[in-house]
Design a protein around this ligand. Structure first.
Ligand code: C5P
Length: 241
């Protein structure tokens, strides 16, 4: 069972929209939401100012940039991303342990420069848009499950704080990675809401029960007729999770 504060801390509202709507949602959800996700579409257009604007509303930011490059570049990119004030940043596990270690150095450097707490890194394992055929196409022979587990272990051993995965993988990865790993899961749909293009979905309470630390939830909140009511209902469901 989650406390009120834990329930609020568990939900990350995905802002897949333009800046005007992101600011409108930040205002609407102020005092209720604790976290938002800023992805590449918003960030590439508006840059660090969009993170500042969210933080000005009292929101913490998961900056989902899925960084993947040579270690030298990744260290600089993650340092720059962390200097925006983001609290969680995503990187690709496929970049290797050397790349993840470089990302860790970049995040730690930014934390030291700004006097902030540890900036957390979550690794993307295999994109959920990939299936065995597309894995084989890029030369990866194992099953999706085996590859996800391997990349999750490698990433956390190299300095990531956790992973982004489907809620269906959360229980297995929690057992593999232990109690402290940050397990971030999109693909969440409260009972009765439209699944949209998500296929492998879980309810908020089922995802928490499976071991998720944080739930990335977009349209069930942002497209609701009243986003505040939708977020309240999710918090309420989590109080009994
Ligand atoms: O609107 P919805 O709740 O489906 O949004 C989920 C968010 O999580 C989106 O920002 C989407 O890009 C992201 N995501 C996802 N599935 C993944 C990885 C990320 O839906 N496997």
């Amino acid at each position: 069972m989650l406390s009120e504060s834990q329930a609020r801390d568990a939900v990350i509202v995905a802002l897949d929209c333009d800046r005007e709507r992101a600011l409108e949602l930040a205002g609407l959800l102020e005092g209720k939401a604790r976290w938002v996700k800023v992805g590449m579409t918003l960030f590439y257009r508006y840059g660090p100012s969009i993170v500042d604007e969210m933080r000005a509303h009292g929101l913490r930011v998961f900056l989902d940039l899925k960084v993947h490059d040579i270690p030298f570049q990744v260290k600089g990119a993650v340092c720059s991303a962390a200097l925006t004030g983001a609290d969680i940043i995503s990187i690709h596990g496929l970049g290797s342990s050397a790349m993840i270690a470089a990302a860790r150095e970049g995040a730690d450097e930014a934390a030291e420069t700004t006097g902030r707490d540890r900036i957390r890194l979550v690794a993307i394992s295999i994109l959920t848009s990939m299936d065995p055929a597309s894995l084989a196409e890029v030369g990866i022979g194992g099953s999706v499950e085996d590859e996800v587990s391997r990349l999750a272990s490698l990433s956390c051993a190299a300095g990531a704080d956790g992973v982004v995965c489907s809620p269906r993988e959360a229980a297995g990865l929690r057992a593999l990675l232990g109690p402290d790993a940050l397990i971030v899961t999109p693909g969440i749909r409260p009972a009765g809401s439209d699944a949209g293009d998500q296929v492998r979905i879980s309810s908020p309470s089922a995802a928490i029960a499976a071991g998720s630390s944080k739930l990335v939830i977009g349209r069930p909140i942002t497209h609701a007729s009243d986003p505040r009511v939708a977020l309240d209902a999710i918090h309420h469901e989590l109080l009994s999770a």
